[in-house]
Write a protein that binds this ligand. Sequence first.
Ligand code: MN
Ligand code: MN
Length: 306
Amino acid sequence: MFAHNKRLQYTVRVTETNPGLANLMLEQFGGPQGELAAACRYFTQYLAEDDPGRKDMLIDIATEELSHLEVIGTIVAMLNKGAKGRISEGMESEAELYRSISGAGNDSHVTQVLYGGGPPLTNSGGVPWTAAYIDSIGDPTCDLRSNIAAEARAKIVYERLINCTDDPGVKEALGFLMTREISHQQSFEKALYSIQPNFPPGKLAGMPEFTNVYFNMSNGDASADKRGPWNNEPTFEFRKPEPAVDGGTGMPEVMLDTMDAATAQQLAERTRSDTTSDPMTGAELGMGANPGKADDLGAPPVTRTI
Ligand code: MN
Ligand code: MN
């Protein structure tokens, strides 16, 4: 079960109303690298996990991510509080109110007009949150690798957000959230390496003749081929992908029964191209005498005087 604690995981101190900054912060509220995505990612992995150590870690981190969601959502609400009061109570002239919500930038007027200053489950550009942000596949080595990458991305988004504000309290709370993603990345890496073997994922080995091959897929000046540990000996054999690499013809084959073969042949005959024809097209018919130029501008728009 869950029980809520009335205090935040980290104290939020916001210096002044800033609706534009509030909307930037939504990136980590309802965005792909945000806290809701992280919490749902680890919570659903926890439900299906059988390893007691990983299961415990996943629910601890999922619960911490929900606590982060509360912190970043609170930052958004605090940054919007002044503007929220002004628009709800109609405390300014229409023109001043319009300027104060649309001049803040970054779609902040939508947060005010549509959501009343509360944090919507969208990213900073207004794109609604989606479960498609979560790519769990139910294999612990795959999911841990994806979790490591998700934490790395979240860390970078926080770093970018920190660079966007000079509010010391917001900077500090974001610094805490960023730091926790570093910590989670380490936990997931340790958990991955505590599974042996963990590469390649799954049970089936790769085909040995292709597992340690690097196919050089670009033609041209061979001196432009860059070599590095990603394609060097002794791990990799660096070679051209002569088709077909299996030594076969490279031509596709399929075995069909007599009926399917006849039907497929009938379809091919019915849709065969006449390569000797030169048919007239609608585009050519519409060209008129002056192709590419507008020679009929139509009627002018109607203007009425009141
Ligand atoms: Mn987090
Ligand atoms: Mn995290």
